[in-house]
Write a protein that binds this ligand. Structure first.
Ligand code: NAD
Ligand code: ZN
Length: 262
């Protein structure tokens, strides 16, 4: 990681009034939650085609596969603690600069770190709730999974309408929550700075957020382990681990804040 990049992201933050932070799975890998595209993960044992929303709706057979997969991936998320990168975004909010925290993550670590609920826009839902796919009724996850354990149930159904219950995340083939998506694009269109952290920027349409911000005149920063297809539109790119980079950025940011107020 280069000091120049750290310093320029800190300066961007210092000058900005409205910052949007956009996060992906890469911000949580240092908390022990594997991202999608790393080898040897849960993906080597499940076929993505079996886990689509359409398959889930189609039969008990696929709902059973879905819940097995879901219950296997959940403990890592339940037990994870936020890392330095999550804490840095809390500091940006405390500095009064965060207009929105748009995330593709479903792990709930931004809320656990202390960002306020109203700033967090979860594009892909959350593992911490379960929803009836027919009537939309929601439950805290543990309430349903405790019941499943107790009664030996593999697939839970709604006690209001008999619809199948699913983890409240967006499955492959499922439409994104339109209101949250619209709100995310509106915030991206109004910010001065958009910082992407830990996303390969390949998942549509969320990866269009930096583009939208840039079109409306915002500065763009990217903090990621590996290059992305959107590198050419970025004003600053800091390659490396999100935790180390974000904590160095915040150190510089604090110094800038102190020297301008002192
Ligand atoms: P992705 O897996 O496509 O990309 C993650 C990116 O993060 C990669 O480019 C990788 O190089 C980078 N990265 C990994 N570790 C990093 C680190 N320590 N510091 C900086 N960068 C790091 O993830 P995505 O763009 O979020 O999209 C994939 C989908 O995966 C999303 O739909 C998301 O909902 C889902 N997902 C979420 C979680 C989670 O909630 N934690 C975990 C796995 C997958
Ligand atoms: Zn229902």
């Amino acid at each position: 990681m280069e000091h120049n990049e750290i310093a320029s992201i800190a300066r961007m933050l210092h000058r900005a009034r409205k910052v949007v932070v956009f996060t992906g799975a890469g911000i949580s890998t240092e908390s022990g939650i594997p991202d999608f595209r790393s080898p040897g993960g849960i993906w080597s044992r499940y076929n993505a085609d079996d886990l689509t929303y359409q398959k889930f709706r189609s039969s008990e057979h696929y709902r059973r596969i879905y819940w097995k997969y879901d219950r296997e991936r959940y403990p890592a998320m339940r037990d994870a603690a936020p890392n330095e990168a999550h804490h840095a975004i809390v500091e940006i909010e405390k500095a009064g600069k965060l207009s929105a925290l748009v995330t593709q993550n479903i792990d709930g670590l931004h809320a656990k770190a202390g960002n306020s609920r109203e700033k967090i826009l979860e594009l892909h839902g959350t593992v911490h709730e379960v929803v009836c796919v027919d009537c939309g009724m929601r439950w805290p996850r543990e309430e349903i999974t405790d019941f499943m354990d107790r009664e030996g149930v593999d697939v839970p159904y709604c006690d209001q309408c008999d619809g199948p219950l699913k983890c409240a995340t967006i499955a492959f083939g499922q439409t994104l929550p339109q209101e949250i998506l619209a709100q995310s694009f509106a915030m991206a269109g109004q910010c001065d700075v958009l910082i992407t952290v830990g996303s390969s920027l390949v998942v549509q349409p969320a990866n269009m957020l930096p583009l939208e911000a840039s079109r409306k005149g915002a500065k763009l920063a990217l903090i990621n382990m590996t290059p992305t297809v959107y590198d050419s539109i970025m004003d600053v790119i800091a390659l490396g681990s999100a935790g180390a980079i974000m904590s160095s950025v915040m150190k510089e940011f604090r110094q800038l804040t102190q020297s301008s107020s002192g």
